[in-house]
Design a protein around this ligand. Structure first.
Ligand code: C2E
Ligand code: MG
Ligand code: MG
Ligand code: MG
Length: 285
C-alpha cells in the first residue's frame, strides 16, 4: 500500500519534472526565435541625484513579450539566456540599442546597461561595448555597465582587466545588487567601482534600525573608497526620507518612476530638462 503510494508519488514527481524541463527548453527555443523576430525591447528607469533632484542616468531593462504567454519576467528569461548562451547576442543587442537610445536624451544623462557574468566570462564584452559606442556615437562617459559580484569570483582576472580598460576610456562600472548573494566586502577592493547599487532588500526594510545601520555603514565604506551609493527599489516617501538620512546620494525606484518605454522616457527627461532651463545641470553626477 505504502509502497504503491510511494511509487505513484515518484511517478508524478517525475512527470512534473519532465514537464517543467520540457517547458523550459521550449522557452529556450522560443527565445532564440524571438531574437530572429526582434521581439525583445528595452525599457528605462531613471536614477535621481538627491542633491540636485535631477535624473543622472537611466537603467536599461530588457522586456520580452512571448507570442502566447505574454510578458515573461527577466528574472525567468535572463537566467535561461545565460544557460543557453543566448545572453551573448542578446547582451550585444542591448548595448547597441541602449547607446543608440541615449543619444536622444539630454546631454550628460547616462545610460546604464546590465552585463551578465556569463557575457563577461565568454569574452567579447569589451569589443561589444566599443562597437556600440562607435555605432551610436555616444561618448563613453555616458555609458555605465552594471555587473554583479559574481564577476569578481576566482577566475575573474581577465574580466577585471577588460573592465579596467573600459573604465580608462571613460565608461563607468557599477556593482549591482550589493548585499545579496555571496557578497563579501573584500570584493570592493578588487575593482574601483564608480557606484555601488545597494540591493532593494535593504531599502524595503529600512524602517528597521538594523537595516538602516547597514545602509549607513555601506554609505561610509563607499565614501572612503570613492564609490557613490545608489539605493535601489525606493517605493515610498518614507523610504526616500530614510535613505536620504542614511546618506545615499542617488535613488532609483517606483516612487520616482517605473521603467518606461523609450518614448515616455524621452518625454520625462525632456520635461525635467525644460523646467530647469539649464541643460548643463542635468549632466551633474
Ligand atoms: P536589476 O539590474 O537589479 O534591475 C532592477 C530591478 O528592480 C528591475 O527589475 C526593476 O524593474 C526593479 N525595480 C526598480 N524599482 C523597483 C521598486 O521600487 N520596487 C520593486 N519591487 N522593483 C523595482 P526587472 O526589470 O524585472 O529586472 C530584473 C533583473 O533582470 C535585473 O535586476 C537584472 O539583473 C536582470 N536584467 C534585466 N534586464 C537585463 C539585461 O538587459 N541584461 C542582463 N544581463 N540582465 C538584465
Ligand atoms: Mg541593474
Ligand atoms: Mg539591482
Ligand atoms: Mg537585481
Amino acid at each position: 500500500e505504502a509502497k504503491a503510494a510511494g511509487r505513484g508519488a515518484y511517478r508524478s514527481y517525475n512527470a512534473d519534472t519532465g514537464a517543467r524541463i520540457a517547458a523550459r527548453s521550449q522557452l529556450g527555443l522560443d527565445m532564440k526565435e524571438a531574437v530572429r523576430r526582434g521581439d525583445y525591447r528595452l525599457v528605462y528607469q531613471p536614477v535621481i541625484d538627491l542633491k540636485t533632484g535631477l535624473v543622472v542616468s537611466c537603467e536599461a531593462l530588457m522586456r520580452w513579450s512571448h507570442p502566447t504567454r505574454g510578458e515573461v519576467s527577466p528574472a525567468e528569461f535572463i537566467p535561461l539566456a545565460e544557460e543557453t548562451g543566448l545572453i551573448v547576442p542578446l547582451g550585444t543587442w542591448a548595448l547597441r540599442e541602449a547607446c543608440r537610445e541615449a543619444r536622444n536624451w539630454p546631454e550628460g544623462v547616462k545610460v546604464a546597461v546590465n552585463v551578465s557574468g556569463v557575457q563577461l566570462r565568454r569574452g567579447g564584452v569589451e569589443a561589444a561595448v566599443l562597437e556600440a559606442l562607435t555605432l551610436s556615437g555616444l561618448p563613453p562617459q555616458r555609458l555605465k555597465l552594471e555587473v554583479t559580484e559574481s564577476v569578481l569570483l576566482d577566475d575573474g582576472e581577465a574580466i577585471l582587466e577588460s573592465l579596467h580598460r573600459l573604465r580608462q576610456r571613460g565608461v563607468a562600472v557599477a556593482l549591482d545588487d550589493f548585499g545579496t548573494g555571496y557578497s563579501s566586502l573584500s570584493y570592493l577592493r578588487r575593482f574601483p567601482f564608480d557606484k555601488i547599487k545597494l540591493d532593494r532588500a535593504f531599502i524595503k526594510d529600512i524602517a528597521d534600525p538594523d537595516a538602516a545601520a547597514i545602509v549607513r555603514a555601506v554609505v561610509g565604506i563607499g565614501e572612503r573608497l570613492g564609490m557613490g551609493i545608489v539605493a535601489e527599489g525606493v517605493e515610498t516617501a518614507e523610504q526616500l526620507e530614510l535613505v536620504r538620512q542614511e546618506g545615499c546620494q542617488q535613488v532609483q525606484g517606483f516612487f520616482f518612476s517605473r521603467p518606461l518605454p523609450p518614448k515616455d522616457m524621452q518625454s520625462y527627461l525632456n520635461a525635467a530638462y525644460r523646467s530647469r532651463g539649464r541643460p548643463s545641470v542635468v549632466a551633474a553626477e
